[in-house]
Design a protein around this ligand. Structure first.
Ligand SMILES: [Zn+2]
Length: 133
């Protein structure tokens, strides 16, 4: 996801719903990572040459596939959480402390937010700069 897609998604859903979905999706990736760890453990437990090369290759593929799925889902989990945290930390209005905002525009990779309560506007830092580090 890039700032343009983020701007459109928050604008379409609203901040609170976007934030909620971000957390749900990230935790689904976390659960997937946990299942991948179980897959790797099962593959390691089954890994033996006693049942032939074909079973050994299947168990090895289980381990490799579990590692790949675990790594991918962990990266997705972390990235979604970092972006949600970076946006969520900037979601409070500086004037009235209201939590949440509406998107006004996208200015050089930064979202201009507007407080729905008092109309105060501010620029959000690029969350992908935080996610990249
Ligand atoms: Zn406000």
């Amino acid at each position: 996801m890039n700032p343009d897609a983020l701007y459109e998604r928050i604008g379409a859903l609203g901040f609170r719903r976007w934030y909620e979905r971000q957390l749900i999706e990230s935790h689904l990736w976390f659960a997937t990572c946990f299942l991948a760890i179980i897959l790797v453990a099962a593959g390691l437990e089954l890994l033996t040459l006693e049942n032939g090369v074909r079973d050994f290759a299947f168990d090895a593929a289980l381990i490799v596939g579990g590692c790949a799925l675990g790594w991918h889902s962990w990266r997705r989990y972390v990235r979604l959480m970092v972006v949600a945290e970076a946006i969520g930390a900037q979601a409070s209005c500086g004037a009235c402390q209201h939590y949440g905002f509406r998107c006004v525009s996208l200015e050089r990779r930064r979202i201009r937010a507007c407080c729905p309560k008092c109309g105060n506007q501010w620029l959000l830092d690029d969350p992908f700069a935080a996610a990249a580090s």
